[in-house]
Design a protein around this ligand. Sequence first.
Ligand SMILES: [Zn+2]
Length: 370
Amino acid sequence: MKKKLRNKRFRFIKVILFIFILWIVLYIPIKVKHFTLIRNEVKAGEIFNENLETIQYFKDIKSNYSNFYGDENKLAEIKTLIQSIEDNLSNGVTIEVENLVLELKSKVNDLSASNERELEEYFNSITEGSIKNFNDEESNEVNKIINEYNTLFSDKNYKLAKEKLDELNQYINETKKIANKRKIDETYEEKASEDASLREPKYINGILLVNKEFGLPDTFAPGESTEAREAFEKMKSDAANEGIYLNAFSTYRSYWSQDRLYSNYVANYGQDPTDTFSAKAGFSEHQTGLAFDIGGVDRSLWAEEDFKYTEEAKWLKNNCTKYGFILRYPEGKEWITGYMHESWHFRYIGVNDSKNFENSDLTLEEYLGV
Ligand SMILES: [Zn+2]
């Protein structure tokens, strides 16, 4: 009876064991297969996402690369790359497509970095120190354009950002002339109304500067500079050897003779027109004894606008710096000098300095950094 019971129990254990082994043999491979399937699916999903990113990136570049500017060759290379990616995409996102997109990415990064660098340099060159003397309205306009530029720049719309900087450049260049002229006029009014006897001559690096901002006291009366006269006579004789005849028809003028001259002009032309070509007493460079008004053989052109077309005027312009003279009021620099172009008015500053003015329309104000 006991043995029977034990056999029964043993059989039961054998059945359980059999079921268990069956389960292991059948279930594990199924499970393994299942896990492999899941893993592959995840992997496929990842690839799909990567492909999507690649395609998305490609689409972005395709629609945005026209926002870049610059080197035609680089733009052409990018265009070609985009074309070959499109051709390859008909086979799906292959390894080749991925490599081409990587190449595209690198070229686009290069271009956008160089665009950014250039724009920053351009921006700095435009704005550096050139907006002084702007009034509130003008400063606001500058800030408005700069804000528009900043938006375009951060949107990576470099092409339009550059156009915006061109606009800013143009606005600042035009406005700085107006602002400078306004400042000269204001300073001139103020300085001219001050007591002439209290003025101090302004020397910068040993050069006496006289203009609408820096005047001379009424007691400043050095007479014609002998050094300047000698330089002029040398220039005159060298010019004569080339068949050019020069005449210094007006050099030193005292405070009081300038006062008389200016009053006569004002009586004849009115003050505003007079101020464009003649100085108030105490503000004429002729009072320094270093300014020479020079004419040629045709006396009717002395101190006339048309003198600039004569052989003498051309010779003077090309040669005066060799003798220590400079053309004091160049064309297009009225906003700096405060005076219209005077092709006959030359200022002696000595050869060491005048040589820096050779073949340029540099003004004494620019040279001395005022
Ligand atoms: Zn003059």
